[in-house]
Design a binder for this molecule. Structure first.
Ligand SMILES: [Zn+2]
Ligand SMILES: [Zn+2]
Length: 424
């Protein structure tokens, strides 16, 4: 006799608002939205045991990465090694509090809260005396923090930093660096193992069942909770399963997204005009802007790294702002054409946005590593903070956009399937 992993029979897609019936699922199964193809549920085999193993190993690797020296630096006969902890204390000691705070949140605080919440949850599933409210808090933390885990971006940042200072000094990768690589890989694996619908199903069980048919929740006078996937009645203000506030369409979504886009566009100007990094070499200080850094790498023939920085710092933020602005425009004048492609574009903007942080991390790494007074030193320029604001604002803009608006003039599965065939 086979049991489904899920108690509930229906779930509403957060991308297109369609109500889906959940078939019986077992470990290793994936379930996609029948209308837009978005993956709604992906539960791995022996998922609890795997989260426990991978999550614990990830924390262990972090402890190792904090214990030994991280990177070594030698220039003109002077050697220097820094630990991961020192990279932070140098930034704080130089008075770059915001940069230090960004690094500690992205590298340590968010991942540690994320991993410990996941481990606590998996442990609590075996333990019936655990408070349900504690479990709910943990699931909320996991969902909210996931887009802000940036350890993989930091790792790429380290590699870019190595190429950037190649002409000034020799950099060596120490023991902790390899432990840090393990930490990053294991954390990414933990993220892929965690499924929000599975967690809510385990923690809060079944939501109130409603009579449903094919089509969007809105047309059936229902609301889909975008936080847990529950299907609720139209007059609900809060989800009776996860407790999150619910709306048929996020209120003022387009207005919020547009305001955040304008804010990021405004910040983009100082981010490119002012220097992002200042290098002191043998007494003379030279500032460099984002584009200046790309051009310098290009003249030094580090083409791949120049292209990485060009894409991450220039192309991605601009493309993301343009894409979101176009999607907002499309919601004001909706058409039935190309909705699936628009959703793909939206998912892409959500996915790539955080990679723009590479340059900020590169500056932070170089600042903490290259500190030898007048001989050679690197400091962050004023553009670092405005550039970070650009990335954070565009990420928030993507999050506040409600993709369900794109489907609102769509007539449901019939129109979607006719899309390809209709020739006029
Ligand atoms: Zn969907
Ligand atoms: Zn909910």
């Amino acid at each position: 006799m086979s049991h489904s992993l899920f108690h509930e029979n229906v779930t509403t897609c957060e991308e297109c608002d369609h109500v889906n019936s959940i078939p019986p699922l077992k470990g290793g199964d994936r379930f996609r939205c029948q209308h837009c193809g978005h993956i709604l549920i992906s539960v791995h085999k022996h998922v609890s045991a795997r989260i426990l193993g991978v999550g614990l190993s990830s924390l262990l690797m972090l402890a190792l990465a904090m214990s030994f020296s991280f990177l070594g630096f030698s220039s003109n006969g002077i050697d220097r090694t820094v630990s991961l902890f020192q990279t932070l204390s140098v930034l704080l000691g130089l008075g770059h509090l915001v940069l230090g705070a960004i690094i500690s949140l992205a590298l340590f605080v968010f991942p540690i809260v994320y991993l410990s919440s996941a481990l606590f949850l998996v442990w609590s599933f075996q333990n019936k005396y655990v408070l349900k409210s504690a479990q709910r808090y943990c699931v909320r933390w996991i969902i909210v923090l996931q887009p802000w885990l940036m350890v993989d971006v930091f790792l790429v940042g380290i590699l870019v930093a190595l190429v950037k200072v190649n002409s000034l000094a020799d950099i060596s990768l120490e023991l902790s660096f390899w432990a840090f690589c393990g930490y990053v890989l294991l954390l990414l694996k933990t993220v892929t193992l965690i499924d929000k619908r599975w967690l809510w199903n385990k923690v809060a069980g079944q939501a109130t069942e409603h009579e449903v048919e094919q089509g969007t929740a809105k047309k059936q006078n229902l609301i889909g909770c975008h936080f847990c996937g529950a299907t609720l009645s139209r007059d609900a203000h809060h989800c009776d399963r996860c407790g999150h506030s619910v709306h048929s369409r996020r209120p003022n979504s387009l207005m919020t997204t547009s305001a955040l886009l304008i804010a990021s566009l405004v910040m983009y100007i100082p981010a490119n005009v002012f220097p992002i990094m200042q290098t002191t070499f043998l007494g003379s200080t030279e500032p460099s802007t984002i584009m200046g850094g790309v051009l310098l790498l290009w003249t030094l023939e580090s083409y791949p790294v120049a292209l990485i920085i060009l894409f991450a710092s220039v192309v991605i933020p601009i493309a993301k702002m343009l894409a979101l602005a176009w999607l907002c425009w499309q919601c004001c004048y909706p058409s039935q054409r190309l909705t699936k492609q628009k959703i793909k574009l939206y998912k892409m903007t959500e996915l790539v946005g955080r990679w723009s942080m590479i340059d900020v991390f590169v500056v932070a790494i170089l600042t903490s590593l290259v500190q030898m007074g007048n001989l050679v030193s690197i400091f962050p320029g004023p553009a670092v903070l405005s550039f970070t604001a650009v990335i954070v604002f565009t990420m928030l803009a993507a999050m506040s956009f409600d993709p369900r608006l794109l489907w609102d003039k769509d007539d449901g599965p019939k129109a979607a399937s006719l899309e390809g065939e209709k020739v006029e």
